[in-house]
Design a protein around this ligand. Sequence first.
Ligand SMILES: *[C@@H]1O[C@H](CO)[C@@H](O)[C@H](O)[C@H]1NC(C)=O
Ligand SMILES: *[C@@H]1O[C@H](CO)[C@@H](O)[C@H](O)[C@H]1NC(C)=O
Length: 233
Amino acid sequence: MALPSLGQDSWSLLRVFFFQLFLLPSLPPASGTGGQGPMPRVKYHAGDGHRALSFFQQKGLRDFDTLLLSDDGNTLYVGAREAVLALNIQNPGIPRLKNMIPWPASERKKTECAFKKKSNETQCFNFIRVLVSYNATHLYACGTFAFSPACTFIELQDSLLLPILIDKVMDGKGQSPFDPVHKHTAVLVDGMLYSGTMNNFLGSEPILMRTLGSQPVLKTDIFLRWLHADASF
Ligand SMILES: *[C@@H]1O[C@H](CO)[C@@H](O)[C@H](O)[C@H]1NC(C)=O
Ligand SMILES: *[C@@H]1O[C@H](CO)[C@@H](O)[C@H](O)[C@H]1NC(C)=O
């Protein structure tokens, strides 16, 4: 980059000054934060007294992986292993269980999963991976369903979860991963779900997909190789 030559008159000095000013916004940030990863909006450290909610546990339940806060901020919906919970978090302290609905993978899928050499003790379960607020009366949830992704609407009644009807469970390929360790992401915008995850059992076929709503389903084509096989969502 060529600096403007320094003239003797004050106009050139002024020009240099403005030139420097112009450069300012493009200077690299002073801090050493490095990459441009997502930044948390609020950050608390473990043991910080400002953390309003404390540890919650429920016998027999594990892998509380997916969280969704209700619009009014009073209910925290949690996707766990083979269950979805509604927790009352209106008051500080330990969240109170409002209700919980089971959503296990079917016995048939579990058997098939074990047959494909996956563990019936750690892997062949329904790990909830997507939990979004679909409209005023329904959540939308997806899970790994014993390596056979599935999705369903969950009806709400006064922020309580109503039981999932088995015949309302749909194919969830491209929305939830097959394997609970595969990366995934999903966001609902204007009634449409945009998801990114692995679209096959092996986890070698990344996909971005748009579903729900009135628009046709859109997805990336594996043969065009837009996404690298090791894409991380
Ligand atoms: C897993 O499968 C093994 C062998 O088929 C069986 O003995 C065991 O009870 C199963 N465990 C569970 C949790 O179903
Ligand atoms: C929300 O979506 C569900 C599932 O499509 C539908 O059955 C229900 O009528 C909708 N509720 C409202 C208030 O639009």
